[in-house]
Design a protein around this ligand. Structure first.
Ligand code: ZN
Length: 414
C-alpha cells in the first residue's frame, strides 16, 4: 500500500514568470470549463474520461493555440471528476449543478512539471519556467525535510495555486509500505481528528479534548454591554468609540481563536493525524442556534486551522453535518431523543457520553466513510480517539504503546 502526503511550497516567481503563470491558470480553467460544458450538453452528462478526451481534446488545443497537451488532459480529468461527483450527488437525491472552475489553480504531473531538490520546472502557455522553492531556513522537522527532500518519498505531481498574492505549489509525494498490521498502516497513513464546533464548547476533538466557549462568551458579553452603554449616548463621538471597542474586542477574539487553532493543530500532530475533519459550516446557525458572532468565530477558527495545518502537511476537510449530533457513534442508531442538551444517550445500545464528543467522533467517521470508496491508498483508516483508533466499521483498536492520556475526556470503549 501507499502512504501519501501533500507538501505546500511557496514559489519564488519573478514578474515575467507570474505573467506566464496567470495566463496558464486562465487557460487551464478555460479548458476545464469547456470540457464540463461539453459534458453537460445532450441528454446525459458524460463522465467518461476517454469519451470526453475523444470529443474535446482537438477543439481545446485549437481554441487555446496549442496549449500543452499534458495540461489539456489534466484539465479534462479535472472536469470529468467534477462531473462525476455531480452525478454521484444526483444519485443520492441531492442537489448539484454543473461545475464552474473559478479558483485559480493548475494540476501538474510528471509530463508537465519536473521536481528538483530546490526548484521546479513548469509547463506554461509559452516556454517552461523554472521557479525556486522558498524553503524555511531551519530544515529539520518540517514537511519539506520529511517528505520533499527525502529519498523514501517520490513526488507524483502537484497543484499550483494562487492565494493571497502568493504562488503556492502543493506537491504530492508517496512511498510504498508493506504494513505488518493494520495498526502500522494506521500509524503510517495517519488518522482523522474529528472536530465538533458549538456554542457551549467552542471545539471538541475526537481525542476527547474540549475547548470551552467561556472566554469567547466573556468577551462577547463585555462587548455587547459596552456597546449598549455607548449607544445610549448617541453622539458621533460615541459612535466612533463604539467602532474602536469593536476593533479591540475583535482583536481579542482573534487572539483566542489563534490559540485554539494552534492547540488543535498540535493535537492533530501529537496524535499523528493526517486529516482534521470539521462539519460543513454553511448552515451551522440553523443547526446549533449559534449567533452571528459564533458563526464568525467558527469561520475564523476553520481558516486558522486550515492554513496552520497545511504547514505540517495535514489536510483540513468539511463533511456533511446531517445528524452528526443525533447519531450514535457506537452503533449508528439515529434518533432525536438520543440527545438531550449536553448529554448523549443512545436509545438502542445505551452508549452514553458527552453530546459534543459523540458528534466529534461522528464527524471523523463520516470523513472515513466518504473516502472509503475512493482509490486513494493514502486515505486515513481510523478516527483518532484518546487511547486508540476507531475504524469505519466501528471496530476499536487500542494503542499498543500509548496509555490513555490524562486531562482529556477518556472513554472506556465497550
Ligand atoms: Zn447506540
Amino acid at each position: 500500500m501507499e502512504v501519501r502526503r501533500t507538501v505546500p511550497v511557496k514559489l519564488d516567481a519573478d514578474s515575467d514568470d507570474a505573467v506566464l503563470l496567470e495566463d496558464t491558470v486562465d487557460t487551464f480553467l478555460w479548458s476545464a470549463q469547456y470540457v464540463a460544458d461539453h459534458a453537460f450538453e445532450g441528454e446525459y452528462v458524460t463522465t467518461s474520461k476517454t469519451t470526453l478526451d475523444d470529443e474535446t481534446y482537438d477543439d481545446v488545443r485549437e481554441a487555446t493555440d496549442g496549449f500543452n497537451g499534458g495540461l489539456v488532459q489534466a484539465a479534462r480529468n479535472k472536469a470529468a471528476e467534477a462531473c462525476k461527483s455531480v452525478v454521484a450527488k444526483w444519485k443520492q437525491g441531492k442537489k448539484a449543478s454543473k461545475p464552474y472552475f473559478t479558483s485559480p489553480h493548475v494540476v501538474y504531473d510528471h509530463r508537465t512539471a519536473t521536481f528538483h531538490d530546490d526548484y521546479v520546472s513548469l509547463a506554461t502557455t509559452s516556454d517552461r519556467i523554472e521557479a525556486d522553492y522558498v524553503l524555511p531556513d531551519e530544515n529539520r522537522d518540517t514537511p519539506h525535510a520529511e517528505y520533499l527532500s527525502s529519498d523514501e518519498y517520490e513526488t507524483t505531481g502537484a497543484e499550483l495555486h494562487y492565494t493571497n498574492g502568493n504562488w503556492m505549489l502543493h506537491i504530492h509525494c508517496k512511498k510504498d509500505v508493506e504494513p505488518d498490521t493494520l495498526d502500522q498502516a494506521t500509524t503510517e497513513n495517519g488518522t482523522v481528528l474529528g472536530v465538533d464546533l458549538g456554542v457551549n464548547n467552542l471545539a471538541v476533538a475526537s481525542t476527547g479534548t474540549f475547548w470551552t466557549g467561556d472566554e469567547f462568551d466573556h468577551w462577547r458579553r463585555e462587548y455587547e454591554k459596552r456597546r449598549g452603554d455607548l449607544q445610549e449616548c448617541g453622539t458621533r463621538w460615541a459612535h466612533e468609540n463604539m467602532q474602536a471597542v469593536g476593533r479591540k474586542e475583535e482583536g481579542r477574539f482573534k487572539m483566542t481563536l489563534h490559540r485554539i487553532s494552534n492547540e488543535l493543530v498540535a493535537e492533530a500532530r501529537d496524535n499523528m493525524c493526517s486529516v482534521i475533519a470539521f462539519e460543513d459550516l454553511t448552515d451551522i446557525r440553523d443547526r446549533t442556534g449559534a449567533s452571528w458572532g459564533h458563526k464568525w468565530a467558527f469561520n475564523r477558527l476553520y481558516e486558522y486551522v486550515e492554513y496552520k495545518a497545511a504547514e505540517y502537511g495535514i489536510n483540513v476537510e468539511q463533511v456533511d453535518p446531517e445528524n452528526t449530533s443525533r447519531r450514535c457513534s457506537h452503533c449508528g442508531f439515529t434518533h432525536p431523543d438520543n440527545r438531550e442538551s449536553g448529554s448523549f444517550e443512545c436509545q438502542k445500545c445505551d452508549y452514553e457520553n458527552h453530546a459534543d464528543y459523540n458528534a466529534a467522533k461522528n464527524i471523523g467517521l463520516r470523513y472515513l466513510r466518504r473516502n472509503q470508496t475512493g482509490d486513494d491508498g493514502g486515505a486515513p483508516l481510523g478516527v483518532r480517539l484518546n487511547s486508540g483508533t476507531l475504524n469505519v466499521n466501528g471496530g476499536y483498536e487500542p494503542l499498543a504503546s500509548d496509555e490513555a492520556r490524562t486531562g482529556v475526556h477518556a472513554e472506556s470503549h465497550p
